[in-house]
Design a binder for this molecule. Structure first.
Ligand code: UGY
Ligand code: MN
Length: 241
C-alpha cells in the first residue's frame, strides 16, 4: 500500500487516506480526526470535525486552551462565552480560553479547529470572541503579488497570540522565497493542488491534506493545475520567544 502521508520530526503531511477517528467524552454524532497534536511535537492541535446527517455536538470544556475555528461547509452553531453564533455554509470564529465551547453541526458539516494553550501578555487583556465570514475579509496581494492573495481572518491585535489566514494562489503562483521562521504552522488545503516544500522534501498536496510545520521548518509552495489553490493556516504571533 502507498500513501502520501509523511510524519517527520519537524514537519508532517497527513493525506485523507490515513484518517482514523477519535471519540471524546460528551461528543454526540460528531467525528473528530486529530490531524496535528502535541503527541507529534507540535504546540497546537488541529482537529477536523465532521457532523453526519441530523447534526451533532462536539464539546470542549473550559480550560486554558483557545480555539480558532473554520467552518469549511455545512450549517453550524457555536456556543461560547454565553453567546450562540450561527453559520450557514462557511464562517470562522475565535473562542478565548476559560469558556465552555460547543460546536454543533445543525446538519452535515465539516469544521477545522486549531486549539492551543493561550499565552497571556502582561500588558494586554484576554482577546474577545470574534467571528465572521471569509468572503467579507478583503484579500491583500502577498508581498505585492496579485496572484497570491492573503486573507487575515482574525484582528491583527497584540491581545491575540495566534493568526488564522487563508492564502489563495493562481495556478503557477508561488511563495516568493523559502520561508524559515520561528512561527509554527498548522495548515489545511481547502482547494486545488500544488507542491509543498517542507524542509528538504517536495510533496504533491491536494484539497483535504493537513500539514504541520514546526518552527524553523523551511517552507515553500507552488500552485499547479487548472484551478486556484487555497489553504487555511494557523500561525503563532505576538509573543517574545
Ligand atoms: O504567514 C506565513 O508565514 C506564510 N507565508 N507561510 C506559508 O504560507 N507557509
Ligand atoms: Mn510561513
Amino acid at each position: 500500500m502507498i500513501t502520501r502521508t509523511s510524519i517527520q520530526a519537524r514537519h508532517a503531511l497527513i493525506a485523507p487516506d490515513g484518517h482514523v477517528p477519535s471519540t471524546f467524552p460528551g461528543w454526540d454524532n460528531a467525528t473528530g480526526f486529530v490531524m496535528l497534536s502535541p503527541a507529534m511535537g507540535a504546540k497546537l492541535s488541529q482537529i477536523l470535525i465532521t457532523f453526519g446527517e441530523g447534526g451533532g455536538e462536539a464539546r470542549f470544556p473550559a480550560s486554558g486552551h483557545e480555539h480558532a475555528i473554520y467552518i469549511e461547509s455545512g450549517h453550524c452553531r457555536i456556543e461560547a462565552v454565553g453567546k450562540t453564533l450561527s453559520f450557514d455554509k462557511t464562517g470562522y470564529a475565535f473562542v478565548p480560553p476559560q469558556t465552555d465551547l460547543i460546536i454543533a453541526g445543525v446538519e452535515t458539516a465539516r469544521v477545522t479547529v486549531f486549539r492551543k494553550i493561550f499565552e497571556p501578555h502582561p500588558d494586554f487583556e484576554t482577546p474577545p470572541l470574534v467571528h465572521g465570514l471569509p468572503d467579507d475579509v478583503k484579500g491583500e496581494p502577498f508581498l505585492g503579488n496579485p496572484r497570491a492573495i492573503l486573507q487575515t481572518l482574525l484582528p491583527i491585535d497584540p491581545r491575540f497570540d495566534l493568526a488564522m489566514n487563508i492564502f489563495t494562489y493562481q495556478p503557477g503562483a508561488t511563495l516568493p522565497f523559502v520561508e524559515t521562521h520561528i512561527m509554527e504552522h498548522g495548515l489545511l488545503m481547502l482547494s486545488g493542488q500544488g507542491i509543498y516544500r517542507l524542509e528538504d522534501a517536495y510533496h504533491p498536496v491536494f484539497a483535504g491534506d493537513a500539514i504541520w510545520m514546526a518552527p524553523y521548518c523551511p517552507q515553500w509552495f507552488a500552485a499547479i493545475g487548472d484551478e486556484p489553490a487555497s489553504y487555511l493556516y494557523y500561525k503563532d504571533i505576538h509573543r517574545l520567544p
